[in-house]
Design a protein around this ligand. Sequence first.
Ligand code: G6Q
Length: 550
Amino acid sequence: MHDILQSTAWPALAARRDALLATNLRTLFSTDPDRARRMQARACGITLDYSKNLLCADTFALLIALAEEAEVPARTRALFSGARVNTTEDRAVLHMALRCPPAQRWLVDGVDLADAVHAVRRRMRAFAEQLRNGTWRGHRGDTITDVVNIGIGGSDLGPAMVCEALRDHAHPGLRMHFVSNVDGVQIGDVLRGCRPETTLFIVASKTFTTQETLANARVARAWLIDSAGSAAAVARHFVAVSTNAAAVEAFGIHPDNMFGFWDWVGGRFSLWSAIGLPIMVALGPERFDALLAGAHAMDEHFRTAPLAANLPVLMALCGIWNVDFLDLPSQLIAPYHQRLHRLPAYLQQLDMESNGKSVRLDGTPTPCRTSPILWGEQGINGQHAYFQLLHQGTQGVAVDFVGVLDPGHQDEALHRIAFANLIAQAEALMRGRSAAEAEAEMRAAGLSADRIRQLLPHRVFGGNRPSNVLLLDRLDPHTLGALIAAYEHRTFVQGVIWGVNSFDQWGVELGKQLAARVLDELDPASAAPAFDAHDASTLGLIERYRAWRQ
Ligand code: G6Q
């Protein structure tokens, strides 16, 4: 197991840190007129401007050396070759095979994965087309008008994000709904707006054992049967997406209505598989293909471009620099296009579930900070809320601004306002406002000397706060596919450098186990938990619930 701290590049980078903190981005820009041009990369309809990171040429070269010492190229080859890089689950990680073009084969141990992938995709296509052209009918012969995806985590976030991002291309006669929460409110809201005879449910669960998903699916099935008067209606109103055929059948969904995928597709990387069925239904098979093609184009770029011009690698290295050397443990994703408002939630899972780890592949502790806390929402709203902290707070946050050049609508005046704000925020974070500038502004505004003295500390912005700008040429399936794949590979590269397994998620297990036990204990018909079954706080909360039920 490599120890990244023992590499040549890591201590050299650490030594550069203080020198860079002694200067600032304003100076770096003013002393290097070529900086913005040089610190840009472009691939698959996406331009990355990473020049507003507190990096200079020699730091950048060291980061590239770090990636080489961590064997990013070799690990990338291993990933694509189908090596079992998910060691704790002893699995290959091959969601990239899901997006290979129809004519391409994807051989792993002599088996062509592409065959199986395309066979499932043909069935998805046939089903999606029937729903879209109205030939798939409900149990009474009605056309389907509402499609409800019931799933959670990786079986929800990707399809929900993509359907929202591309909803301008969605089928006008099919309303898409996503139910993940198990508190009863979300499914209640959705069912109230649907009619059983015109609603189709997609139960999406890789394992088909997920408590929340199965509980919601049971509610939906009961709602349907209640109205239809017979369980036979399930065949026309329920399909499943899963790797667990036996559990799907046990639930009462016929295997003909199941779309499968494979254990080499991780949940948070699964929107490219049959988990993407809602996307194909909403947008149509051609647009789903374009999404896959965009992701494949990014795979090819990632696999073949030199490290210094490789979009995902550059994004990863800026992230490592910010998290590990500049002590910025927080990463904001700020999209400036309304349709991308679910992107931060999607990337939050991708990054934090993949690299939110504190042991390395060999089980030893990571010697450095790993995944940042990734968060965010649509940028304009953020500006009128938490951006205050970004500009003047005591904790640094690295930002990814995500913009779209062609907004896909005709109101150029509004688009220009949004775009101007994106550019201005990145500039403001970088430049800040010096005391001299703030004073000059206030003097020009006619403020008295006393008032200027009083206000001055509040009106100074330190600046020097790093950001990337990711500019999409347009928000279409191809470019969105490429963007998602770029972030996937960014996560992978960071995981390689940190030495963690980006493809397992043991951290979600403990809570699940405890919830199963507490669920029994909340039942007032069951015996109260023994006094030493939990800590006093947990016992108190259980007791409070049981008392309320009684
Ligand atoms: C993703 C995680 C997790 C998973 C959900 C749903 O990588 O494994 O988010 O997707 O827990 O799991 P099922 O699809 O098995 O219901």
